[in-house]
Write a protein that binds this ligand. Structure first.
Ligand SMILES: *[C@@H]1O[C@H](CO)[C@@H](O)[C@H](O)[C@H]1NC(C)=O
Ligand SMILES: *[C@@H]1O[C@H](CO)[C@@H](O)[C@H](O)[C@H]1NC(C)=O
Ligand SMILES: *[C@@H]1O[C@H](CO)[C@@H](O)[C@H](O)[C@H]1NC(C)=O
Ligand SMILES: *[C@@H]1O[C@H](CO)[C@@H](O)[C@H](O)[C@H]1NC(C)=O
Ligand SMILES: *[C@@H]1O[C@H](CO)[C@@H](O)[C@H](O)[C@H]1NC(C)=O
Ligand SMILES: *[C@@H]1O[C@H](CO)[C@@H](O)[C@H](O)[C@H]1NC(C)=O
Ligand SMILES: *[C@@H]1O[C@H](CO)[C@@H](O)[C@H](O)[C@H]1NC(C)=O
Ligand SMILES: *[C@@H]1O[C@H](CO)[C@@H](O)[C@H](O)[C@H]1NC(C)=O
Length: 906
């Protein structure tokens, strides 16, 4: 009797992967769709434990089955202490966690599905997961079965004293409970938890469905005794905890031997608006999740989700098959890793749409936002996007472009005046209002942006972004060129502080070659030639100065003295050369590095693989950079042991997949990147098999030839010397005006540059956090200061991002910058950290970032010692830059006329 088709697809399909309980990480994904819908189980047996948010907060989520009047638990940890279903097997796929269990006479397959929707932005932007049950009698006999699930108000707040409101809603096709905070606060998070989440539990309408809202004991014991739940709900505002109200949905399946189709609950965490953004003209904008283009109210969204289950499941199976099919060409260990990483990478983001001035959704204004989950609250952290880029290129390069779009757009606006790329869109997710501050990692971030801009264009075939932002990208390339292969004495994102860092230098050189390819794609042939020549000359120099004989040294010349003191590092930035096929790095380098890693793997004998370098980070592993490095290995054995080292840590990790850890211990680091979307780096080897496309540019779209993205101000492509001279005069005059105006605004809100918010890793005590005197500043904080750990920038750094502690003497400047640019940067620095003692300056009530320094500092860097001797060409280029500056100044003045503190009214 049991011989036939059940158990259905997932087991049959994945049986070959050979998963068993012992090879499952101790923390497994259950539902991950956004930074605020990010739920994990602390055990391969979800039936033994309450699920957690990625931090330590418990999210009450109960699953029960009643077979012939006996209740068993398949999810959660009820106080009723029912027998827990026996775990047979747990499997992970990129979109699903499949738990096979036994509850008395019945076999259960519990599937937690978090869709990743590569080709459907509407569905991608609906933060719902499914949990489904397939049931089959082991004895082939008929049994009387009821099933039950509930969620608690812990889904919307970690504080037991908070009051929640709720409603229960029958629609045409489904029934759902929705819960939100009574004192909900739009676009605000506390301790990584959104204060504006609406939690949903839904089921398809059917005659045997029962539902109840009551305290946990009441609901669950009623189900255990009656096999159904009903009763009048309490008044519609209740305290979150003690007792805990739960929102339950049960279904009576009658006498069955097996389910013909799975029983499904849809669980969601909705926020609308999703993001506060500042448009290039400086206006505050509230952006909505993309699905608003298709559904106007909550019940329409819920119905769409509930009715879509079987299609969603088959799309998910198709995607899983595709990903695992490619990954298994590398190894089964690699398949395991991508299965753990995919939901985490996608779930660190939100896909949004903006409203046009006509009050309609603007479908050409689609932007994706990423939270620096597990590390900080930063918005679109460039180094994490760089890490995750292989995943997004693989899943859908359009999403990769939608992550870059807001960064490029804001830095191409008059608000941005740094000569290099910004680190992010601001420190306080979900407030992506821009980060216009001075910082000392311009070389690294400019390199990241150029590499990603080309990668997006190559793999999507869409040249719109590189065309729209051509001048901006070129200014970053020129900034890199100005360093002439000697990257600054600045802390890298891995906290290495040394000059001439080999791995950082090659990122810049690859990025300059990427600029050449961007120019080529836009038929800017003289630029293309110029950057190609520069990159090639720089690479020749780099090959000499970075060589330590049989390997590359960590910084130039640091390994040449004796072989025993020879320094080294994971040269993970070589990956960009492979990804973009820039040809900057020779085959010989790849093979000698691979050989070197092989020797290190064998001799170091570390538990969790290779550290980042032989110096500062000799004890620190980065899982993402390890995978970048693995992807560049010329020897599959080396590739596979690097991959295996990351998996061995995942199997020991007591947190959701962490990005950084120690080589020999599972001790928690302060900010390990728990549940970080940077886990998308694990797709690095897969992204190398993508096919590049011809880059197409819409001929009517403005861009490389001098027009701007907004079409607001058009500067002709040919600038004569006379015009250039006039322009210079005007620039100076306007510069003075601007400088005066900025002077007045310079006391503006710098608090957020001096503070950043630290994520709370697992294992710290819940949401207990320090309180600071931020409320004294009178600033319109977008988040509740309570519940957030604020770290003064002057405190010892324990994140991988900001390093504002550098004193003026430590700040290096690009050798080629004009004195004006230099002054601008110095001015910016001093105003950025006006009060090193840590007290926060009083400030006008604007939440906008101030511009920094007089005039535009994006002057044309001259090329010191550059091999490019075509003087007339760089003269022309200098003039172009000045014209560009003028354009910015004029736009700024235009914007200034209407400038007001950003407002976030609907
Ligand atoms: C789990 O397995 C044990 C041993 O076979 C059995 O005694 C017990 O009843 C099972 N529990 C459930 C919930 O099925
Ligand atoms: C706050 O909750 C109320 C219902 O109590 C809802 O109408 C409103 O839209 C919510 N606001 C936000 C920002 O979620
Ligand atoms: C739970 O609800 C039931 C029924 O409304 C009530 O009798 C019981 O006292 C409640 N339990 C607690 C701990 O409040
Ligand atoms: C509803 O319950 C009845 C009685 O328990 C059962 O016979 C029937 O199959 C159930 N229908 C569904 C759709 O589960
Ligand atoms: C289910 O089976 C039991 C035992 O055979 C029987 O008493 C009961 O009436 C059946 N229920 C339904 C709805 O068929
Ligand atoms: C960086 O490298 C260049 C080229 O090798 C060298 O001239 C320079 O002195 C180095 N800088 C430092 C601080 O070591
Ligand atoms: C820019 O101008 C050049 C020279 O006029 C032309 O060949 C090229 O096609 C133009 N590029 C774009 C993207 O319009
Ligand atoms: C890690 O442990 C191994 C084995 O005990 C040891 O050989 C190695 O030196 C350790 N690595 C570090 C960085 O301490």
């Amino acid at each position: 009797m049991r011989a036939h088709l059940w158990p259905c697809l997932p087991l049959l399909f994945f049986a070959s992967s050979g998963w068993s309980q012992s090879t499952i990480p101790p923390v497994i994904p259950l539902g991950i769709r956004s930074p605020y819908f990010n739920i994990w189980a602390n055990s391969a047996n979800a039936g033994h434990t309450w699920p957690n948010f990625w931090t330590t907060s418990i999210l009450g989520w109960q699953g029960l089955i009643r077979v012939d009047n006996q209740v068993y638990q398949w999810l959660g940890q009820s106080g009723l202490n029912p027998p827990v279903a026996n775990l047979s097997n747990t499997q992970l796929t990129p979109t699903q966690t499949i738990v096979t269990m036994q509850a008395g006479p019945m076999d259960l397959i519990v599937t937690f599905l978090s869709p990743i929707e590569p080709s459907d932005p509407v569905r991608q932007s609906i933060p719902f997961s499914y949990v489904s049950l397939d049931i089959n009698a082991r004895d082939g006999l008929s049994h009387n079965v009821q099933v039950y699930s509930d969620i608690s108000a812990e889904w919307v707040t970690p504080n037991t004293d908070d009051i929640v409101t709720y409603s229960s809603n029958p629609t045409g096709s489904s029934f759902y409970h929705q819960i939100q905070l009574q004192s909900n606060q739009s676009l605000t998070e506390t301790g990584n938890r959104a204060r504006d989440l609406t939690a949903i539990i839904a089921m398809q309408t059917n005659p045997n469905l029962s539902h109840r809202i009551a305290n946990d004991t009441e609901c669950r014991s009623q189900f255990a005794s009656d096999g159904r739940v009903d009763g009048t709900p309490p008044s519609n505002a209740v305290k979150m905890g003690n007792p805990f109200p739960v929102f339950s949905l049960a279904q009576d399946l009658g006498n069955i031997t097996q389910t013909s189709s799975p029983v499904v609950w849809a669980i969601g965490g909705i926020r609308n608006p999703a993001i506060a953004y500042t448009t290039p003209s400086g206006k505050g904008q509230q952006r909505s999740p993309y699905y608003v283009t298709s559904y106007s109210d909550m019940s329409a969204v819920v119905d769409a989700v509930v009715l879509d289950f079987s299609d969603a499941k088959s799309r998910a199976n198709t995607l899983d098959t595709q990903i695992l099919g490619s990954a298994s060409n590398i190894s089964s260990t690699y398949s395991n890793l991508v299965s753990l990483a995919a939901r985490q990478a996608m779930g660190g983001t939100e896909l949004t749409i903006g409203m046009g001035s006509d009050g309609k959704w603007n479908t050409s204004d689609v932007k994706m936002f990423m939270k620096d989950v597990g590390i900080s609250q930063r918005v679109n952290p460039v180094e994490q996007i760089y890490a995750a880029f292989p995943f997004f290129l693989y899943i859908n390069p359009d999403y990769a472009g939608q992550l870059l779009a807001p960064l490029l757009e804001l830095q191409d606006s008059p608000q941005y005046n740094q000569p290099y790329a910004a680190r992010d869109l601001g420190p306080n997710y979900p407030s992506g209002t821009g980060d216009f501050a001075f910082h000392s990692q311009g070389y690294e971030y400019s390199g990241d942006m150029l590499i990603m801009a080309l990668a997006h264009a190559r793999y999507s075939g869409d040249g719109t972004l590189i065309n729209q932002h051509y001048t901006l990208l070129k200014s970053w390339a020129d900034y890199l060129v100005s360093y002439n292969v000697t990257p600054p004495d600045a802390i890298t994102i891995d906290q290495v502080k040394q000059s001439n860092t080999t791995n950082l230098a090659i990122k810049g050189i690859i990025a300059i070659k990427a600029m050449s390819e961007i120019s080529k794609a836009l038929q800017q042939s003289s630029d293309a030639t110029r950057y190609a020549n520069l990159a090639s000359a720089f690479a020749d120099t780099w090959n000499v100065v970075a060589s330590g004989g049989d390997h590359l040294t960590s910084s130039y010349g640091s390994g040449s003295t004796s072989s025993s003191s020879s320094s080294w590092a994971l040269m993970y930035n070589l990956y960009a050369d492979r990804l973009l096929q820039t040809g900057v790095v020779s085959d010989q380098i790849y093979s000698s590095q691979t050989q070197w890693y092989k020797t290190q793997l064998a001799s170091a004998n570390n538990q969790f693989g290779l550290p980042l370098d032989s110096g500062t980070n000799a004890n620190l592993v980065n899982a993402g950079w390890t995978l970048f490095t693995a992807a560049t290995a010329t020897d599959n054995a080396v590739r596979d042991s690097l991959i295996a080292s990351v998996w061995s840590h995942a199997l020991a990790d007591k947190n959701p997949l962490s990005l950084t850890y120690k080589v020999n211990s599972t001790d928690s680091l302060p900010t390990p990147g728990i549940s970080s979307p940077g886990a998308g780096a694990i797709f690095a080897p897969l992204a190398l098999s993508l096919t590049a496309k011809d880059i197409k540019v819409n001929p009517t779209s403005a861009g490389a030839n001098g027009t701007t993205s907004g079409g607001t101000s058009i500067v002709g492509p040919v600038v004569g010397a006379v015009v250039g001279g006039l322009v210079l005069v005007v620039v100076v005059a306007l510069g003075v005006l601007l400088w005066r105006r900025r002077k007045r605004r310079q006391q503006a809100a710098y608090y957020d540059k001096n503070y950043h918010v630290e994520a709370q890793p697992f294992g710290t005590s819940g949401n207990v956090v320090s309180y600071t005197d931020l409320t004294l500043t009178g600033l319109p904080l977008r988040s509740d200061p309570e519940g957030i750990t604020l770290i003064q920038s002057s405190a010892p750094q324990n994140t991988t991002v900001y390093n504002p502690t550098l004193n003026p003497q430590d700040q290096s400047h690009p050798p080629g910058l004009s004195s004006k640019a230099r002054e601008a940067m110095m001015g910016a620095r001093f105003t950025t950290n006006p009060n090193p003692s840590g007290s926060v300056p009083s400030a006008p009530s604007t939440s906008a970032y101030s511009s920094s320094g007089p005039g535009s500092s994006r002057d044309a860097p001259t090329e010191v010692g550059s091999p490019d001797t075509n003087l007339s060409q760089s003269d022309v280029q200098g003039l172009r830059m000045e014209v560009e500056n003028l354009r910015r100044v004029m736009q700024e003045i235009q914007a200034d006329r209407v400038e007001a503190p950003p407002s976030y009214a609907d």
